[in-house]
Write a protein that binds this ligand. Structure first.
Ligand code: OGA
Ligand code: NI
Length: 333
């Protein structure tokens, strides 16, 4: 078990000399391993790409978004209004933190392993004692909205522009998330502010994930199968593929598109990350959630899910583990 004064990071394990096998706690049971069949090889399946730019008719745009939400629960957006240079800068800042800082320096920013989703540098998604099999991943979690949660002093001081880049990226993602939530609301026949109003105050977290190369990618997962809890996740990755989305019972690899942003519809979309033997991989996921005190319930009648207080929903995710879409399925009526 990880204890506060001796945290273990996957990057340290991966860098051990002549490491050819992964420690047993990272080995997935056979049914969860990335197998050859249905392992993202389906070439006829591609995540939709939606162009938000130009003067496209808003009804057509909403129709396109509605279809992508229903059929995939995930889609790329292009011409999203976020400067491409900023996407490159955050990828660069993240890579620099994970690859250029000495481990001892990085560990100064360690998150609290006993508190779910605490801010900082970590490896375990669930609280220390609850992980069944460990993910082959290190991460840095930043609390970014509401602004009262944004403490730049807790973020890496190197590279020098790191904190500035995260703050700017956070602001830009919030604008895009609100625009998308408006379009998604409209696509459902609701008023464009419906989801935003249901959300109340917006909570945003940014997680930079670093997946070191892995000596046995066939036995491990970078990130176990899960769905994200909040309203909308905006994700970018580097050039190394690894993210997979579940579609009609098959795992489909999301091809990296450097200028695009992947939209993941919270708990509607089961996804995971696989590892590879040759290259480390980096992603930046920006989560948009309601406040913990908000009551969440279906917009349509008859409801298919029970009402829940968002904070209880989050606690259940972190104590029982994601196990695909277990948390949302538990609320099915
Ligand atoms: C996440 C996530 C996938 C990835 O952080 O919730 O799904 O590609 N990340 O890193
Ligand atoms: Ni996710």
């Amino acid at each position: 078990m990880e204890v506060a004064d001796a945290p273990i990071r996957v990057q340290s394990i991966a860098q051990e000399d002549r490491k050819v096998v992964v420690p047993p706690e990272y080995i997935q049971p056979p049914e969860n391993r990335p197998s050859k069949l249905g392992n993202g090889n389906a070439t006829d399946h591609k995540i939709p790409m939606i162009d938000l730019g130009g003067d496209k008719d808003v009804n057509l745009l909403c129709e396109e978004i509605g279809r992508a939400c229903r059929e995939w629960g995930a889609f790329h957006v292009a011409n999203h209004g976020v400067p491409i240079a900023l996407l490159d800068e955050i990828r660069k800042a993240g890579t620099s933190f994970f690859e250029e800082l000495p481990m001892a320096e990085k560990l100064r920013y360690s998150c609290d392993p006993n508190s779910p989703a605490s801010e900082g540098y970590g490896s375990r998604m669930l609280v220390a004692s609850d992980d069944a099999v460990l993910d082959w991943r290190d991460f840095f979690d930043h609390h970014t909205f509401p602004l009262s949660r944004r403490h730049l002093s807790r973020w890496p001081h190197s590279p020098p522009n790191y904190r500035e880049v995260i703050a700017e990226y956070s602001d830009q993602m919030k604008v895009l998330a609100e625009k998308l939530l408006g379009l998604i609301s409209t696509s459902l026949g609701l008023s464009s502010s419906f989801i935003e109003e249901a959300m109340g105050e917006l909570y945003q977290n940014i997680t930079i994930s670093y997946y070191p190369s892995c000596p046995q990618p066939e036995l491990t997962l970078g990130l176990q199968s899960h769905s994200d809890m909040g309203f909308i996740t905006l994700l970018i990755q580097d050039k190394v593929a690894g993210l997979q989305v579940s579609k009609d019972g098959e795992w489909v690899t999301v091809d990296p598109v450097s200028h695009a942003i992947l939209v993941i519809l919270g708990d509607q979309t089961e996804h995971r990350a696989i590892t590879n033997a040759n290259r480390a991989r980096l992603s930046v996921a920006t989560f948009h959630d309601p406040a913990k005190t908000m009551s969440v319930s279906p917009a349509f009648k008859p409801p298919r899910y029970r009402q829940v207080i968002y904070g209880d929903y989050v606690s259940s995710w972190y104590t029982k583990g994601p196990n695909g879409k277990r948390n949302i399925d538990a609320l099915l009526i």
